[in-house]
Each structure stands twice: as structure tokens, then as C-alpha cells.
Ligand binder design. Structure first.
Ligand SMILES: *Cc1c(COP(=O)(O)O)cnc(C)c1O
Length: 387
């Protein structure tokens, strides 16, 4: 068989089979099973949050998060343009409108531009941030911790406070990332804003096949999250419902996988970091290529590696992807900017510059936790020998 090195695939060599088997043997496969509560508890403990509420996936978690913030169809939400579209679609599920913000060199939301936008394009009236252009209330800023890097939460939280914005953290890519310095030293991605959301999709650092988790420091919010994700039942026996709920709770089968994956997360991060350092050190010797850094004041989970190519490298972004594919190596460009996607053409944008720059120059290269050193070295060799 010819060589194939995938971009990012699951690694299920721990207790996955054992726990899933137990779920099947006990016939607890639905949302009622005990593993769901255990997984919630363990995730909350791991990220040092007050509590956690499971969901079917990260997207449904973000949907619930925005509902919990009170976002309605009359509101607007500030979002990044350089991210996966699942971060933004929940805004539209509610009928609200996004305002697209640029990234900085960390690939996460540019705090300077966020500040400038709030100051120059909006006005605070009765504690509400109102857009000059649309007269609408901007209630939430949704921050994404891209590739396992941390957005500049210190600045963003301070700006949010000043302009009365609720902060939702899309930490779907960043479970395990935490600050090691500064005001938020020891704080995990997802636990700094009002609500954080994780994803356990198949390509994330740990997976439940599909799955997600909402975390918060606010017990009331968590209670409401559980209520909304379980059909908003106000009485279990008589099936009375006090609002429109959702069938978003995780199943016991998913949670069984999750428990086994969480046991291995620190080991996965270690592997990701080692492979990252190997790539980074060798690739910086190749003219025109670099691997983008993670912030210096965090312990990143090193989920995805961003290969940056400039005009000194003989191949363009698309040529790199085609060339690597011929060598049996899967890679992909960073996401197309969300404000360029069909459903968002004409949406509000604010000074998008860097996102466009990185979109043209960044390629993600294999980063699975079961990537061997030998395979990583092969990827590096191919990049070195490309002409
Ligand atoms: C994966 C991801 C999501 C969605 O998570 P799912 O579990 O796939 O629904 C949302 N936002 C970002 C940035 C993601 O990478």
C-alpha cells in the first residue's frame, strides 16, 4: 500500500473499547446513561470550571451559549472571520447578525480592532452597545481560540467590560490550553469568558465521534444549559415544558469514548508539542517557510500546526497542497474567510486585512497524535526537496 499521512485523525488506543463495551453491555446507550454525568464532571474538573453540560457537538453548544446570553433576532454578535463556519452559524440559527472582525498575528481576534470598532462605530446607551450603522444592540463577542492558541483574553475581557459585551469562548479547538503567566495564570481556555464551549469532533484533540461541552462559572447558567439541551422539561413525570428546548444532550456511548479520551489528553498534548517542535525547528531552516508560533504566555494544546509560506518558497500555497498530496501527505489551506461565504456575503465587516493575508499563505500539515517522528521527518524532507 502506498504511503498516506492524514491531516488529523482519532487515536483510540486507551480504554475506549472497554468503556463503550460496558455501555453496550449495560444497555445504557442513550442520554440517560451514567457516563454522561461522569464525563461532564471530569471535563469540569480538568479545566477547573464550576460545572459542565454536555451537547451533541460544539455547534449545538455554541447555539445554546448564545441563547443563554439572551441573543435574539434583533441583536448582533461580533465574531472572527478567520475560523470554522460552525463558530458563526449559530448566530444565524437565532436570526441574529454577525459582525466580522479581523485576526492578528496569532490568528485569533485582533483586540486592537475590536477596541477601535467599539469606540468608533458604536455608542453605549443605557449600558447597551449600539451600532451606529444598524442601531442594533451588540450583545456578545464570540472569541475563537484558533488551532489551540489562546486569544488575547486579558485585553478582550477588559474591552468587553468597558462596552458591556458578554464574552463567549469558542474553545472547540483548545481544550487543555491555559495561561501560564499574567492575570489569568492557570486559567484554561473556555473558563475566562461567561461561557466556553468545547468540541469532541473526530478531528479535535480528543473525540467522542461527535460531541461538545458547555462550561461556565455561573451555576444558574449551567442549570439553564441543561434545561435547554434536554427539551426544556420542567416536570419529568408529567412532561410539562416551559419553553422551546432542544434535543442536544450527549449519549452514553459518546461519553464512554470521551471518558477514555480525557484520560489520555495530557499525553496527546505532549505528543503534539513534541511533533510541533520537531516541525518548527527543521522547517525554519527552509527558506520561505515557517511554522506559526503559539502565544508565549500559555501552555497550548498544540492542536493544529500552521505552515506559513512566503514568496521565497518555490511553491505557492495551492502548489504545496498538490505536491504534498502526490507524496501521500494530506494538508489543507486554512478556512475560507467566513465573510466571503455565500450566506454571509453582504454581512458587516470591520477592516479585514490580516485574515486575508493568512488565508493566502497558511497550510495545515499532519498533526495527529499518532503521527510518528518518522512520518513528521518525511513531511519535512518533502517540503525541503520541493522545487
Ligand atoms: C470544530 C469547531 C466547531 C464545531 O464543533 P463541532 O463539534 O464540529 O460541531 C466550532 N468552531 C470551531 C472553531 C471549530 O473548530
Amino acid at each position: 500500500m502506498s504511503k498516506f499521512i492524514p491531516l488529523s485523525v482519532p487515536n483510540l488506543k486507551g480504554n475506549e473499547l472497554k468503556y463503550v463495551t460496558k455501555a453496550v453491555e449495560t444497555e445504557w446507550v442513550s442520554t440517560g446513561g451514567p457516563y454522561v454525568n461522569d464525563f461532564e464532571k471530569n471535563v469540569a474538573e480538568y479545566v477547573k470550571a464550576k460545572g459542565a453540560v454536555s451537547c451533541q457537538n460544539g455547534t449545538s453548544g455554541l447555539h445554546i451559549a448564545l441563547l443563554l446570553c439572551g441573543v435574539t433576532r434583533d441583536d448582533e454578535v461580533i465574531v472572527p472571520t478567520l475560523t470554522f463556519i460552525a463558530a458563526v452559524n449559530p448566530v444565524r440559527y437565532i436570526g441574529a447578525e454577525p459582525i466580522f472582525m479581523d485576526c492578528d498575528d496569532s490568528l485569533t481576534m485582533d483586540a486592537d480592532k475590536l477596541d477601535e470598532f467599539c469606540r468608533e462605530e458604536c455608542i453605549l446607551i443605557d449600558g447597551k452597545l449600539i451600532s451606529h450603522k444598524t442601531n442594533k444592540h451588540i450583545k456578545v463577542v464570540l472569541v475563537v481560540h484558533v488551532f489551540g492558541n489562546m486569544a488575547d483574553m486579558e485585553r478582550i475581557m477588559q474591552i468587553a467590560k468597558q462596552y458591556n459585551l458578554i464574552v463567549v469562548e469558542d474553545a472547540t479547538e483548545a481544550i487543555g490550553t491555559y495561561y501560564t503567566k499574567g492575570k489569568y495564570n492557570g486559567k484554561f481556555a473556555g473558563t475566562i469568558g461567561t461561557i466556553g464551549v468545547f468540541s469532541f469532533n473526530g478531528n479535535k484533540i480528543i473525540t467522542t465521534g461527535g460531541g461538545g461541552m458547555i462550561v461556565s462559572e455561573d451555576k444558574e447558567l449551567l442549570k439553564k444549559a441543561k434545561h435547554l439541551t434536554t427539551q426544556a422539561k420542567s416536570d419529568e413525570l408529567y412532561y410539562t415544558h416551559d419553553e422551546i428546548g432542544y434535543n442536544y444532550r450527549m449519549t452514553n456511548l459518546q461519553a464512554a469514548l470521551g471518558l477514555a479520551q480525557l484520560e489520555q489528553l495530557e499525553g496527546f498534548i505532549k505528543t503534539k508539542e513534541e511533533n510541533y517542535n520537531l516541525y518548527r525547528n527543521k522547517i525554519q531552516e527552509i527558506k520561505g517557510l515557517t511554522i506559526l508560533d503559539f502565544r508565549a504566555d500559555i501552555r497550548s494544546n498544540h492542536w493544529f500546526y500552521a505552515l506559513h509560506c512566503d514568496e521565497n518558497y518555490p511553491l505557492s500555497r495551492d502548489e504545496i497542497i498538490r505536491y504534498l498530496a502526490l507524496k501521500g501527505i494530506q494538508s489543507r489551506p486554512i478556512w475560507g474567510l467566513i465573510n466571503d461565504q455565500e450566506p454571509y456575503i453582504g454581512s458587516q465587516v470591520y477592516k479585514i486585512e490580516k485574515a486575508k493575508y493568512f488565508w493566502e499563505r497558511v497550510v495545515n500539515i499532519p498533526c495527529s497524535t499518532n503521527l510518528t517522528k518518522k512520518d513528521a521527518l518525511y513531511v519535512i524532507e518533502c517540503l525541503k526537496n520541493a522545487v
